[in-house]
Design a protein around this ligand. Sequence first.
Ligand SMILES: NC(=O)c1ccc[n+]([C@@H]2O[C@H](COP(=O)([O-])OP(=O)(O)OC[C@H]3O[C@@H](n4cnc5c(N)ncnc54)[C@H](O)[C@@H]3O)[C@@H](O)[C@H]2O)c1
Length: 478
Amino acid sequence: MAVPGPGYSITMRVAAPPSASAAGDLTTAVGQAGGVITAFDVVESAAGLMVVDLSANALSESHAEAITAAVNAMPGVTVRKVSDRTFLVHLGGKIEVTSKVPLRNRDDLSRAYTPGVARVCQAIAENPEDARRLTIKRNTVAVVTDGSAVLGLGNIGPAAALPVMEGKAALFKKFAGVDAWPVCLDTQDTEEIIRTVQLLAPVYGGINLEDIAAPRCFEIERRLRELLDIPVFHDDQHGTAIVVVAALRNALRVVGKDITDCRIVVSGVGAAGNAIINLLLLQQPGEIVACDIAGVVYDGRPGMDPNLAAVAARTNRAGLQGTVHDAIVGADVFIGVSAPNVINGADVAAMAKGAVVFALANPDPEIDPLEAQQYAAVVATGRSDFPNQINNVLAFPGVFRGLLDAQARHITDEMLVAAAHAISDVVAPDQLNASYIVPSVFDEKVATAVARAIVQASGMGRTGGGAKESAALSSAVS
Ligand SMILES: NC(=O)c1ccc[n+]([C@@H]2O[C@H](COP(=O)([O-])OP(=O)(O)OC[C@H]3O[C@@H](n4cnc5c(N)ncnc54)[C@H](O)[C@@H]3O)[C@@H](O)[C@H]2O)c1
């Protein structure tokens, strides 16, 4: 059940007759229309009039309009202007470039720019490795998208994807001090994307692929990893997988089960489901059964693409066929990265005792979390208005902080697993319970712990670390 939240937040500038009850009448009108008042500021006051800014959270744009209409309908009250606070935050964009060096006089200019900069250019030309020491490459990540699978909005294109990529860049900076820059490409051609990222790679210490639709994202990532000497990470795949494995590790601690004994059903074998399955397989689970829109994935199922066939070959040893409703019977864990309302309460009731349900489809999960809570021991969603939010921001800032600090050239399985364990271990044993299996996204210990784990897994800063190339990353077949 949705509740009014800051995503639909408005500020109404309201002119009203001043009276002892004016403030109460206005806030009551908003409340009766279902809005939640967040601020009440008087901006102008005169003998016969007061002007206030009334801020409120709503459920949707139409609900915000209904709240405004309710206030406007009050006797003697006029709503002069309505500002959408989410749009206000985006005016002019959310990030900027600032200079780290002083540019006060001719001396400063001569060092930061010509003629001094020429000597630094020559040093890099002679020793390209110096680029990591003497340029922004050391701390900069490209957030690359083609706009083809943006949030739950689908293929909205590169310009419309930019607010998401700006937000991502802001999160990189806030949580891990990483300078990330949006690179929204005006093409959805696999070869053009690969070539373009290859051409712009010299500036960056890492590539974060974002919101690129499956199955194209698998080939783009695999080919770029072959071509580039900097790490390439698709957050929708591996960021999700890291946080899911972290959360599952703690959920299984809560219910007292070992993953090697668990039967896990994964609904959805797209970008997220694929990576989750690949990372889970490294934990030697008892069994994984994958399901997609066509039902249970099994070896030999007609019409599978190579990617799905690779999943079928590595899961469902019993060769189960049927629907997710068949697969979930007796399962210990359900992980949904598919679509709304794929399972129901009866399905969760049919799971093993101490069931764990991660219903992560956004914005509407595979099952209403309140319904799942009636039968499952631990429930997680992708939503911020329920406990146990599976949020990629727990992983990607620290992952790239660690990769940049280690000057890593590749991402390895060891790094992905280490990052997952680091996140789960931020939750101390005395904090762990069914409603707290992942730390808060605002817990400052998370990014530091993840970065440290990545650096250690990289072989303490050795480039490439000698560690083998990630099987979890490379097992996605183009
Ligand atoms: N942290 C999070 O909470 C988080 C992270 C990643 C993805 N997600 C969510 O997971 C979902 C999938 O994301 P994705 O990027 O992998 O998408 P995707 O399009 O790459 O894959 C979707 C998969 O779901 C399957 N599917 C679609 N409808 C289905 C149905 N009715 N029943 C069963 N399977 C169905 C498809 O066959 C496909 O395998 C989205 O809702 C996304 O928002 C959440």
